[in-house]
Write a protein that binds this ligand. Structure first.
Ligand code: IMP
Length: 179
């Protein structure tokens, strides 16, 4: 059945389950980085809600940075073409950096971000993704922290969109299986 723009996403991860897992994740990161100030990098646009919840749950001093990377446009398959559309003003040299991503699908975006930021010589560089689709990986990428592993399905909500829609859902919904 072709996907319709008006189709209601089915609930995959409820708001309660999401928030409980984020608390666990934030506690784990807070323990790992205890005594350090971190630079938290929000990868726009999809991570902005995840990011804002995480920085409030982390028990650490945090500097917030925002990075724009162009990826899918309105399509549901990766073009493989990536560029930085919004860069940070602050240098990362000697900082403890954690990149917050919404979802790792092919891994192309995160691997591009990690190699770009590694060149800026941070003291530590870790990645934290809300959702991880291990079966969709096309390139090897180090995912240091993840909220949930999911299958090869197209998800929306909690910052994630399809053609600009559904970002405001409080849960993660699924609109198409096995694309
Ligand atoms: P990757 O480069 O293929 O790992 O894809 C990463 C980016 O693709 C994410 O930051 C999202 O913007 C987008 N993306 C991948 N899968 C989904 C999905 O299921 N729903 C919404 N966006 C997705």
């Amino acid at each position: 059945m072709p996907m319709s723009e008006t189709m209601e996403p089915k609930i995959l991860i409820t708001e309660a389950k999401l928030q409980a897992r984020l608390t666990e994740l934030a506690n784990e990161i807070s323990r790992d980085f205890a005594g350090k100030e971190i630079t938290a990098v929000c990868v726009l646009k999809g991570s902005f809600i995840f990011f804002s919840d995480m920085i409030r749950k982390l028990d650490l001093p945090i500097a917030c940075e925002f990075l724009g990377v162009s990826s899918y446009g309105n399509k549901m398959v990766s073009s493989g073409e990536l560029k930085i559309t919004l860069d940070m003003n602050e240098p990362l040299e000697n900082k403890h950096v954690i990149v917050f991503e919404d979802i790792v699908d092919s891994g192309l975006t995160l691997s591009y971000i990690m190699s770009t930021l590694k060149a800026r010589k941070p003291a530590t560089l870790k990645s934290c993704t809300l959702l991880f689709k291990p079966d969709s990986l096309k390139v090897p990428v180090e995912v240091d922290y993840h909220g949930f592993k999911i299958g090869n399905e197209f998800v929306v909500g909690y910052g994630l969109d399809h053609a600009g829609k559904f970002r405001g859902l409080r849960h993660i919904g699924v609109i198409e299986h096995g694309h």
